[in-house]
Design a protein around this ligand. Sequence first.
Ligand SMILES: [Zn+2]
Length: 214
Amino acid sequence: MKDIILAGIQGCGKGTQAQLLLNKYWDKIAYFETGNILRALMSNDNAIGDYLKDTVNSWRLVSDNIITWLFKLFLETVENKTILWDWNLRKIWQTKGILHALLDKWRDPIIVLLEIPEEEVYKRLEHRKMCKECWTIYSTLTEWEITTCKKCWWELYVRTDDADINAIKTRIEEFKKETIPALEYVESLWHLVKIDWMQPIDEIFKQIEKLINA
Ligand SMILES: [Zn+2]
């Protein structure tokens, strides 16, 4: 199986696909789950812990350097497993860092871009709820009555930047300005596959499966 990086703007559904892959291939996949790793580091009483607390609490994104560094540490622990990562490939040099780390280890990654129209991003983010404890994301478009997390039973809430139309706009602009050039770089160097994210979830999943098993 090939390593897989799921790319796409927030709200495109990459978290859902990552979950489906993990459910089916739990024994074959090593999931680079930045949320869990960052939370563990945040609880440390040191410079990194302080930096992360400060960044996450003000809804800023964690620096590319930190992510690349974490990724390299993670890579050392992965043996005969497929790597799965769902994170916005942001600035060009973070993309370089991650890609080269994989290629240096003779791995065979495939990058899947989930393409979703802008108006759909607004619709999905406005209907998004997140677990206060484990950060699992739910959609009130499909589960309109949901108020507690199915995994840990904590209360769900709407992130302030999901409820704020200007914050969504900023994220879309950032995606265009930073992620799109990064993806163009990936495309020039390695395999990038685009999937139309407006298909049914299981249809998308089948396409991803075909790619990683090819
Ligand atoms: Zn939860």
